[in-house]
Design a protein around this ligand. Structure first.
Ligand SMILES: Cc1ncc(COP(=O)(O)O)c(C=O)c1O
Length: 414
């Protein structure tokens, strides 16, 4: 987005502020569908967890996306957009049978990632087809905290337990209609997808009624100019060809699914924060912004890189800054980064702030969660108001626990 428009938004709505550019979301959606245009049936289910404002969900469903959810609350949120429940997939991890049953009742596609719940669900509801999440035992992802398809991971049913899944199916009479994997986030190498895909084809062949294979997500997007990213077009060529071959072998045109989060919304988001203090120490110049890991936790949580630009002074001389927040623990966004000269009250833009930024925000230090603005065809819409003290107090129950002062009469009788 234009620097001047971002500055205007920061002035108008205050800081900190999240801004989303829907043109970028639409172009990413088009890019991914375009890469797989030789597949007859393709479905992209947007991973709601990445950015769950209902306006963003609506924007994506209007483009034709389904929704990928991980909790019953995300399912209910998704349903507020008016989406057909059949276009929602629910991939929980470690939730109760009861929650899965409640979601199944809503008509949503269930994806189960452990054998004990699969068996219980199959015994009680053999008529409801389910997808199974397979753990292909592949190490992939930009950081150990977002690598979820390896042998020690808590996610999915091991490929070595596929015979067990088949036994459950035989014993319960249930139907497996989909095979799923998600190996991690920030995966650069398309060979990782292709290797894991072969494993899924192999599993899918062992079930008679497969309608779809869901290859998860994890595409790496660029975090700064010239940064490397997953070669979606190349993946499209190679995986589509192999998928089409698989459909022929399987004797049925099934659906190829993905559930991208970051790929669709990461680059569309900018997080704007104002510099409160520029502090020179003996070794470092700190730029303290009016935010912290309560609003953008990714750098502290898994060392993620967010490019930072000074949109108030784009042409200043580059100097080294450590950009930090106002939280009462270390909350470093960037260490010794070259940024155009910063003065107090300048607005800094944190790029790639569309995915896992607002959705991981908290009220830590009793700070308000910032507002969100969405820009559609150049026109801005406030899609969430900044919180107020009322939001912080909402649901807190103030109780009267202090011992009452005894009256004179009570004291005498005691
Ligand atoms: C099951 C599942 N699907 C999809 C995603 C989205 O991944 P990404 O944001 O890397 O596209 C995640 C992310 O954690 C996930 O756990």
């Amino acid at each position: 987005m234009e620097r001047t428009q971002l500055l205007e938004l920061a002035n108008k709505y205050g800081s900190p502020l999240y801004v989303y550019d829907t043109d970028k979301i639409a172009s990413q959606y088009k890019r991914l569908t375009g890469a797989f245009n030789s597949v007859k049936s393709l479905k992209l289910n947007y991973a709601v967890k990445a950015l769950s404002n209902v306006n963003i969900l609506k924007f994506l469903t209007n483009l034709g996306a389904g929704l990928d959810t991980v909790s019953i609350q995300e399912v209910h949120l998704s349903l507020t957009t008016g989406i057909d429940p059949k276009n929602i997939i629910y991939t929980p991890n470690g939730v109760s049978l009861q929650e899965i049953e409640e979601v199944a009742k809503l008509g949503v596609q269930i994806n189960i990632d452990n054998l004990s719940i699969l068996e219980l669900f199959g015994q009680k509801h053999p008529e409801i087809p389910v997808c199974v999440r397979i753990n292909p035992h592949i190490m992939a992802g930009g950081n150990s905290k977002i690598s979820v398809g390896h042998i020690d991971s808590k996610f999915g049913i091991s490929i070595h337990q596929v015979p067990h899944i088949k036994r459950v199916v035989e014993n319960t009479g249930m139907n497996i209609n989909g095979i799923h994997m998600h190996t991690g986030s920030d995966i650069l190498d398309i060979d990782t997808f292709l290797r894991a895909s072969e494993i899924l084809f192999d599993v899918a062949k062992q079930f008679k009624n497969i309608d779809f294979i869901d290859f998860g997500s994890g595409f790496k997007v660029p975090y700064k100019e010239g940064d490397i990213s997953t070669d979606i077009e190349q993946l499209g060529v190679q995986l589509s060809e192999r998928f089409n071959e698989f459909c022929t072998e399987y004797g049925k045109e099934i659906t190829l699914m993905f559930e991208p989060g970051k790929f669709l919304v990461s680059e569309a988001g900018s997080f704007l924060a104002k510099v409160n203090v520029v502090k020179q120490t003996t070794s470092t110049v700190f730029a303290h912004v009016d935010s912290g890991f309560n609003h953008l936790v990714r750098p502290m949580m898994y060392d993620s890189y967010h490019h930072i630009t000074n949109i108030s002074n784009p042409t200043g001389k580059d100097r080294y800054y450590s950009v930090v927040g106002y939280i009462c623990e270390t909350d470093t966004f960037a260490s010794n980064r070259r940024i155009s000269e910063i003065s107090e009250e300048d607005v800094l833009c944190f790029h790639n702030a569309g995915a896992y930024c607002f959705s991981m925000a908290s009220n830590y230090n009793s700070r308000y969660i910032p507002a969100e603005v969405m820009v559609v065809n150049g026109k801005e819409y406030l899609i969430r108001k900044r919180q107020t003290m009322q939001d912080i107090l909402h649901n807190q129950v103030v109780v009267d626990f202090a011992p009452k002062n005894k009256t004179k009469k009570e004291k005498v009788t005691a």
